[in-house]
Design a protein around this ligand. Structure first.
Ligand code: BF8
Ligand code: SF4
Length: 633
């Protein structure tokens, strides 16, 4: 429990308004859930068959087995595997939609461009496809063929997206453990089978299966989605804009895009510009699009669309009374948005066949009719603007300047100004000489159990002070953007002296006229693949295992099953991965011990749980220093 709900000043202001307006938010609902079930919190409840539910007494006084004989270790391990498989399923489903879009775009069946032919060629070449003399459409179809081949691989061979993109030395480790995925759908199906009643009762085997799901997530979800989306919409390059709810404008039609998949939001951004005269006709100055969650990160990275807010303040965006329409696609969308919208004039619009919310308007999205859907949505926002009640409007005056768009290609571009032949060399040199102690990737969500954003911000302050470079994605990136850590002033304010000097030098060489931000925004949660690509490039450049690099990861405020899947992938990459909220595994000593210690011996990476931000930062720095010492640095 906590007294302060958020450190975001805009959220704090709107919480007061929500109270005045009689709006119930996620924080009140959280309070009403107290005390939360102890069995569930420890992972000790099994509902996998209908003889149950079965619960194990953590104090050793009640039952120590489920009705079938499953122990605490088995129940906890099965539950974790199901959660990680569910997270992977979400990302793979997202990636599949993107593959389908690239296929239809290449066939000329839909009005989507192939924007980044360079990226297409790079992906093709990684997969061993020759681009010579081929038209982009034909080449894209060959790449799609490989992706579909992975999705429908009926042989016992590794997925090509894994073997083509993983660090060489990792492949050997995974091979020896028998955890290289063959076909994402098959592996997810197998995980469901493996955890059903009367199946696997070996916690070690179940955890290896969990690690395999991490690889499914990393390569068939994250990496595949990012690759397809970059080819379609372009690989991000630096953009300058602003973050926080102060980006909404009183005299504009405000349209918020929320969710994860850019297939629709890219079209909305485009049509919001085109239909601006229609907004002017109803007395607005234009259409302001702003983003929540990862679809917000997607259109930020490629189109420079400002960020509205992250997961935990999604309801508060509507409480501004200034959001004319909020359009959602998939994942992390609170069903409560419908009820809250009905208290204002906001039109909540669902778009996907698997996400419908009673009370919302459903505008079906299909690739073939994407432009029509986007126009309809923008027009609904414009129509709603006329119904806006000025007495209910309050836009908190908070926004921070941000520089985003740091794909690996963009980072290499900036570094390439220092060494065009070996763009990674300046980064590696500065890690070797200790100006940069290491790199930490902060990823993942807000969680109502933690004061919103506090863990992201306080932990990163400590890391930066200690000359650790930070890269961020997802709602972590939103939090750090809102806190002013993604601009040049943030470098002056937060970076330790040697890190600051490096960021100044790169900023100058790259022609920014100011230091590079101390936290580099690398995109949405599927764009954690970009962090994976950076790690892989560093490992291959140095000829070492990725597990040896002075790199760590952290999900300070994780809430979603996807965050567990991403974390599991990072651990499988050999990376120490911090969680700031305790996942439901403490009911099993064996599983907890394997995740935080034992796994490291076989896979190189491990989970590290610490619920205090400064301590977490120091723990990660200690881990990085150990890796430095092992490398002789
Ligand atoms: O995929 S960080 S709360 S929005 S799950 Fe959701 Fe978590 Fe935010 Fe993006 Ni990622
Ligand atoms: Fe209980 Fe076993 Fe059924 Fe789980 S699978 S609900 S532990 S009987």
């Amino acid at each position: 429990m906590h007294n302060v709900r958020s450190i975001d000043p805009a959220a704090q202001e709107l919480l007061k308004k929500a109270y005045r307006d009689g709006i119930e938010t996620v924080w009140e609902r959280y309070d009403k859930q107290q005390p939360q079930c102890g069995f569930g919190s420890l992972g000790l409840c099994c509902r996998h068959c209908i003889q149950g539910p079965c619960r194990i007494d953590p104090f050793g006084q009640g039952p120590d087995k489920g009705i079938c004989g499953a122990t605490a270790d088995v129940i906890v391990a099965r539950n974790l595997l199901r959660q990680v498989a569910a997270g992977a399923a979400a990302h793979v489903d997202h990636a599949y939609d993107a593959v389908e879009a690239l296929e239809m775009a290449a066939q000329g069946k839909i009005d989507y461009p192939i924007t980044d032919v360079g990226k297409l060629k790079a992906i093709a070449s990684g997969l061993g496809i020759d681009s010579e003399g081929k038209e982009p459409d034909a080449l894209a179809l060959e790449v799609v063929h490989v992706a579909y081949g992975d999705m429908g691989n009926h042989h016992n061979r590794p997925m090509k997206w894994v073997s083509a993109h993983a660090p060489k030395q990792r492949l050997e480790v995974w091979e020896s453990l028998g955890i290289i995925p063959r076909n994402p759908d098959r592996e997810i199906r197998e995980a469901m089978h493996q955890t059903t009643m009367g199946m696997d009762a070996d916690p070690v085997n179940l955890l290896l299966a969990t690690a395999k799901q991490g690889l499914v997530d990393g390569y068939a979800g994250l990496k595949l989605a990012t690759d397809m989306q970059d080819i379609l919409f372009g690989t991000p390059a630096p953009v300058v804009t602003e973050a926080n709810l102060g980006v909404l404008k009183e005299d504009y039609v405000n349209l918020i895009v929320h969710g994860h998949v850019p297939l629709l939001s890219e079209k909305i951004v485009q049509w919001a510009k085109t239909l601006s005269p229609e907004a002017e006709a109803v007395g607005a100055k234009g259409v302001q699009v702003a983003g929540i969650c990862c679809t917000g990160n997607e259109v930020l990275m490629r189109q420079g669309v400002p960020l509205a807010t992250n997961y935990l303040a999604q309801e508060l965006a509507i409480v501004t009374g200034a959001v004319d329409a909020m359009v959602v696609d998939v994942q992390c969308i609170m069903p409560s948005l419908s009820q809250i919208s009905s208290c204002y004039h906001t039109e909540l619009i669902t778009t996907m066949p698997i996400v419908k919310i009673p009370g919302a308007t459903h505008v079906p999205f299909a690739l073939e009719k994407a432009d029509e859907a986007a126009q309809e949505i923008v027009r609904k926002a414009i129509a709603a603007y006329a119904r806006r009640d000025p007495n209910k409007v309050h836009i908190p005056d908070y926004r921070e300047k941000i520089i985003a768009g740091f794909s690996v290609e963009a980072i290499a571009g900036a570094l390439g100004k220092l060494d065009a032949d070996q763009p990674l060399k300046p980064l590696v040199d500065n890690i070797v000489n200790g100006n940069i102690v290491g790199v930490v990737a902060t990823v993942g969500c807000n969680n109502v159990k933690v004061t919103q954003d506090i863990f992201h911000v306080e932990m990163v302050k400590e890391l930066l002070k200690n000359n650790v470079l930070v890269v961020a994605t997802g709602c972590s990136a939103h939090a750090l953007a809102k806190a002013g850590m993604m601009n040049s002033e943030g470098t002056e304010q937060y970076a330790g002296s040697t890190l600051k000097a490096v960021l100044r030098a790169i900023g100058e060489a790259a022609g920014l006229g100011a230091p590079l931000p101390p936290v580099l925004h690398m995109g949405s949660c599927v764009d954690n693949s970009r962090i994976g690509d950076l790690v892989t490039a560093l490992a291959n450049y140095l000829g070492v295992d990725s597990a040896a690099l002075p790199v760590a990861a952290s999900a300070p405020e994780p809430q979603h099953e996807k965050a567990l899947s991403i974390g599991t992938w990072a651990v499988a990459m050999g990376i120490t991965t911090h969680l700031g909220v305790i996942p439901p595994v403490l009911g099993s000593k064996q599983v907890t011990e394997l995740l935080t210690v034992g796994l490291a011996e076989v896979i190189g990476g491990k989970f590290y749980v610490e619920t205090e931000p400064q301590k977490a930062a120091l723990g990660l720095i200690e881990d990085i220093r150990k890796k430095r010492r092992a490398l002789g640095l």
